[in-house]
Design a protein around this ligand. Sequence first.
Ligand code: F3S
Length: 63
Amino acid sequence: MTATVDKDGCIGCALCESICPEVFRMDDDGKAEAYAEVTDENKDAAFEAEQSCPVSVIAIVED
Ligand code: F3S
């Protein structure tokens, strides 16, 4: 599965990175980016990050 972040809407709260650093990290602009695939090992945290984003700009889709 692949995670995406709509950077235009991201407010830079960094919650996703703190919940699932295996998939999300903050870029130089202070916005989140999804830098790794969602795998069986990290998917629970990745979905929690998706649900926790206060502005709902994270999506996780099947490849
Ligand atoms: Fe941005 Fe949402 Fe993460 S606001 S920093 S994508 S939790």
